[in-house]
Design a protein around this ligand. Structure first.
Ligand code: G3P
Length: 227
């Protein structure tokens, strides 16, 4: 399962990219709006920063205009993936875009039936929104598992992108369920690495190392740059 960031903020992307594990980025109109800069310039900057797919969403409502907008977005950079909602015009637009070799991500998926339609339309990715399903007291991971199972049984090639993840357990459960990609906000990415036993263990190792070096009359030679 690949790990992607769900953000349009370039500083967050740079921060996580330094970890060496970032494989892509998803954006949406709400995330782009927070940045307050021109959308195409923003996507261009993100696509240049990330070594992997970058989802950019269309905002048109009709098949023809979605396709036109999608083609324009896809020309910003080769790693741009055109995000399209799971609505009737959207399936048709994805079919057209796929026929022109454009990678697509069908978004706002809340049911296995919508995921079947996305696969039939030829989407590259489908994005079930787990957190929003949990928000209404339904089972987000259950939805993801059903989609993964259907795609396996049917041999669909569309990749399952677990989205709207709210905490590390969502990421772990998505991996267990067989998601191809998990996209998450920066706060969830930062939370993935946190464990008090790691922090305590590291502190003790450093203290012991420093005592050891001091007992030998050496200045601390290694580990001096550890936070
Ligand atoms: O990738 C989908 C995501 O942007 C939605 O997340 O937290 O707004 O439900 P959220």
């Amino acid at each position: 399962m690949k790990l992607w960031l769900d953000t349009a903020n370039i500083e967050e992307i740079r921060e996580i990219d330094r970890w060496g594990v970032l494989a892509g980025v998803t954006t949406n109109p709400s995330l782009a709006a927070k940045e307050g800069v021109e959308f195409e310039a923003l996507i261009k900057e993100i696509a240049a920063e990330v070594d992997g797919p970058v989802s950019a969403e269309v905002v048109s409502g009709r098949r023809e205009s979605m396709v036109e907008e999608g083609l324009k977005l896809s020309q910003i950079a080769p790693n741009v993936v055109v995000k399209v909602p799971v609505v009737p015009e959207g399936f048709a637009a994805v079919r057209d875009l796929a026929g022109r070799g454009v990678n697509t991500n069908m978004t706002l998926c809340f049911s296995p039936a919508q995921a079947i339609l996305a696969a039939q339309a030829g989407a590259t990715y489908v994005s079930p929104f787990l957190g929003r399903v949990d928000d209404i007291s339904n089972d987000g991971i259950g939805l993801l598992s059903e989609i993964v199972e259907i795609y396996r049984v049917q041999g669909y090639r569309t990749l399952v992108l677990a989205a709207s993840l709210r905490h590390p357990q969502h990421v772990v459960d998505s991996a267990k369920a067989g998601a191809d990609v998990a996209t998450m906000p920066c706060a969830v990415f930062r939370a993935l690495v946190k464990h008090p036993l790691t922090d305590n263990g590291l502190r003790r190792f450093m203290e012991d190392w420093e005592s050891y070096q001091a007992s030998l009359g050496h200045p601390a030679a290694r580990g001096g740059d550890r936070a």
